[in-house]
Design a protein around this ligand. Structure first.
Ligand code: GLV
Length: 331
């Protein structure tokens, strides 16, 4: 008897592939290069499900060209690579991987903020370059973290986990802005105060971005917003490229209109704006906020379980468009 077939678009952990093989014929792109849109459509022919990453755009055209496709399971909490309304219209279920990466991503956000405030990579480059032949009182003096004001733009699960670290671990005053205000109990637990965006920009000593990318959040931080920040402030982006106008940020860093930035995500990544590579006061990492073995495995397993559960029981674990189940979802 032939079994249903699925595609894994990028290299994943062998136990995740084995888990899926218990239910499906698995086509696995273990060469790990990003499939072009045409290659993706070709590899998806005859497939009922796919595990995808943020590198693959999955929209109405893909759904239309792959009529057997019933579910796409992103190995990421962000899903701006999916056109969810188009997938819903085509009857394709979409899932993401919330919760399993929250604490790990918050750890990294805090690490990047600390590295940025305390000039970690800049000072390491100095040392590695053999320039440490003297010591000075103000050498690589950075910005205070403990007791300062932490501003969080986007207060979902990861934003809240960062707030807890700041408030409870570092005695920071936490302010946040979000599309909707948190309930009073969550605000109290995070010790976070809701403010409007202008106040957030004006008062934060360290501003961290944790909001999803969408047309509305495109360039949420550009030249005008940076101009409202303190000249001593830092900006950390662990959300998505495109939320910050990277060209405007590079210019501001160069002119020291803010003190420093920490960036894990970039507009058009893996390309990085060339001006960001030449300014010293920026810490740059290649989109690794959720990258621990345990967490990346948990993300891939959750994506696999979404595919298995949906295709065997009709009940995925973390759906983005559950409303189509039983009402327009492809049989
Ligand atoms: C990573 O960026 C994710 O969205 O999980």
């Amino acid at each position: 008897m032939t079994r249903p077939a699925i595609l894994i678009t990028r290299k994943v952990f062998p136990d995740v592939v084995e888990h899926l093989r218990q239910h499906f014929d698995v086509d696995h792109n273990d060469a790990d290069g990003v499939l072009s849109p045409a290659q993706l459509i070709e590899r998806l022919q005859g497939k009922v499900g796919a595990l995808t990453t943020g590198s693959e755009r999955i929209d109405g055209a893909v759904a239309g060209a792959c009529p057997q496709l019933r579910i796409v399971a992103n190995i990421a909490v962000g899903y701006n690579n999916f056109d969810v309304p188009a997938l819903s219209a085509a009857g394709v279920l979409a899932t993401n991987t919330p919760d399993v990466l929250t604490e790990t991503t918050a750890d990294f956000g805090f690490a990047l903020l600390m590295a940025t405030a305390r000039r970690l990579t800049e000072s390491e480059h100095f040392l590695r370059a053999g320039q440490w032949n003297r010591w000075a009182l103000d050498m690589f003096a950075g910005a205070e973290v403990h007791g300062s004001t932490l501003g969080i733009l986007g207060m979902g699960r990861i934003g809240q986990a960062i707030a807890r670290r700041g408030a409870h671990g570092f005695g920071m005053k936490v302010i946040y802005h979000n599309r909707s205000r948190l309930d009073a109990a969550t605000e109290a637990e995070c010790k976070a105060r809701y403010v409007d965006k202008a106040t957030l920009l004006r008062e934060a000593d360290h501003l961290i971005l944790v909001l999803p990318y969408s047309a509305e959040s495109h360039h949420a931080i550009g030249a005008a917003e940076i101009a409202q920040m303190k000249p001593t402030a830092t900006l950390t982006n662990i959300a998505r490229g495109g939320i910050v106008d990277d060209a405007a940020l590079a210019a501001a860093l160069k002119e020291r209109r803010i003190a420093a930035a920490g960036l894990d995500v970039f507009e058009g990544e893996p390309k990085v704006h060339p001006d960001l590579l030449t300014v010293p006061n920026v810490v740059l990492t290649p989109h690794i906020a959720s990258a621990t073995i345990q967490t990346r495995r948990a993300m891939a397993m959750l994506a696999a379980d979404n595919v298995i559960d949906y295709l065997t029981t009709g009940q995925p674990r973390t759906p983005l468009n559950a409303d189509i189940i039983g009402k327009g979802a492809r049989p």
